[in-house]
Design a protein around this ligand. Structure first.
Ligand code: IDP
Ligand code: MG
Length: 151
């Protein structure tokens, strides 16, 4: 097992709709390992850095307003191919295209209120984890169940 880490975040709509437990539960049941979690508000500067790749796009201002509109649950999860596994579990960006069984497919209807963020590559994951967490906030530990999750 080659562990990989990804940055996931329950967005403000997910928090307001009481979906934090549902989302964490899905990740736990999948077999992924939690490394860090923080309930926090995102300021404008952090929002603009996090979503820097989208600056200039038509939805950018709405996106910054959305992500700073209320608290989020910032998280780091670990597992083999964690980035791809979590993107698959999240579903497509537009909930209309997200397959049933995915978080967005089951729990959201609007692209601008799609409840969860997840890193799109290992490089993005490293950048985003560093934006939201200090190294000492990432908890290193052994999980007794791992031999039952990974061959
Ligand atoms: P992703 O979250 O699936 O990685 P991105 O293309 O990185 O999708 O877009 C970041 C976020 O910006 C989306 O999750 C969504 O909240 C928002 N967004 C993207 N495209 C649109 C759009 O066309 N209208 C409204 N919001 C959008
Ligand atoms: Mg993205």
């Amino acid at each position: 097992m080659a562990p990989e880490r990804t940055y996931l975040m329950v967005k403000p709509d997910g928090v307001q709709r009481s979906l934090m437990g549902e989302i964490v539960s899905r990740l736990e049941r999948k077999g992924l390992k939690p490394v860090a979690m923080k309930f926090m508000a995102i300021g404008r500067d952090l929002a603009e850095t996090h979503y820097g790749e989208h600056k200039g796009k038509p939805f950018y201002d709405g996106l910054i307003g959305y992500i700073t509109s209320g608290p989020v649950l910032a998280m780091v999860w670990e597992g083999e191919n964690a980035v791809a596994v979590c993107r698959q579990m999240m579903g497509k960006t537009n909930p209309l295209d997200a397959a049933p069984g995915t978080m967005r497919g089951d729990l959201a209807v609007d692209m601008g209120r799609n409840i969860i963020h997840g890193s799109d590559s290992p490089e993005s994951a490293a950048r985003e984890i560093g934006l939201f967490f200090s190294p000492e906030e990432l908890v290193d530990y052994q999980r007794a169940v791992d031999p039952w999750v990974y061959e």
